[in-house]
Design a protein around this ligand. Structure first.
Ligand code: IPE
Ligand code: IPE
Ligand code: MG
Length: 246
């Protein structure tokens, strides 16, 4: 029986963020090249999107390439970029049919132009869709996001557009790459690693963290349901005591 029946439909998170980790180890365990792991991982992205559509999760953010991932072998970086472009080519039609909006966070100006072009096309062609917002973090890091926000805030202060005295959490949020996206209630990381690896540092302040030993290519729909059920059994206190929550 599917775990979907155990999910409380009244407690669905609005935003789930995922650190998709373990593609390389998945491949290695099977005696395959790392790129095979990344290819298999693309199927897990697809099934995660399906879960979000089924459950009515409005935002799904996936960490696809970090600023630190530039330190990997060139061949792997190229393989990842090719996979990204190939996946958009293959899936864009269905994404459009399913009313899914694609967004990108991160500094994509550093990506090859053929990748940038494909991303811009995917964003442009889905911009009016409003079922699920699928957010891809590419050349992204949490520190980059915060520093970039600070730069733009400083510039606006200098130009007298912004009064430094008036900067509050709402102002700051509006300068982040996630300005129009609510903070994630749930962060999932696969592969057994239990760290944030420079993902959404500011936005994860109060997220529930869920770690699973499964490698990303093995993160099935049932695994996603399991994560949601686990999240629904957490008590989110936001600094209060249990008795104050009703
Ligand atoms: C995650 O899997 C995918 C990316 C970082 C692009 P990894 O490639 O990090 O897999 P492991 O951690 O080496 O197993
Ligand atoms: C985090 O995974 C980045 C992505 C999933 C894109 P990594 O595999 O790069 O993280 P570390 O190096 O283990 O922290
Ligand atoms: Mg990894």
């Amino acid at each position: 029986m599917s775990l979907i029946n155990e999910i409380d439909k009244n407690k669905i998170p609005k935003h789930v963020a995922i650190i998709m980790d373990g593609n390389g180890r998945w491949a290695k365990a099977k005696g395959k090249a790392r790129l095979k792991g990344h290819q298999a991982g693309a199927n897990s992205v697809k099934s995660s999107i399906e879960v979000c559509s089924e459950l009515g999760i409005k935002f799904l953010t996936v960490y696809a390439f970090s600023t630190e991932n530039w330190n990997r072998p060139k061949s792997e970086i190229l393989g990842l970029m090719d996979l990204l472009v190939g996946t958009i080519d293959k899936e864009l039609k269905e994404i459009k049919n399913n009313n899914i909006k694609i967004s990108v966070i991160g500094d994509i100006s550093k990506l090859d132009t053929f990748v940038q072009k494909k991303l811009k096309l995917a964003v442009e062609e889905t911009k009016n869709n409003d079922a699920l917002n699928f957010v891809v973090a590419l050349n992204y890091s949490g520190r980059w996001d915060i520093i970039n926000a600070c730069k733009n805030i400083a510039q606006d202060c200098k130009a007298n557009i912004l009064d430094p005295e008036k900067i509050d959490e709402n102002t700051f949020k509006s300068y982040l790459s996630t300005n129009d996206i609510p903070d994630p209630e749930l962060l999932i990381r696969t592969s057994g690693e239990e760290r944030i690896s420079n993902f959404l540092l500011y936005q994860l302040a109060y997220s529930e963290l869920y770690f699973t030993p499964r490698f990303w290519p093995d993160f099935s729909k049932e695994e996603f349901y399991k994560a949601i059920i686990n999240y629904q059994n957490r008590e989110r206190r936001f600094g209060k005591i249990s008795e104050q929550l009703t």
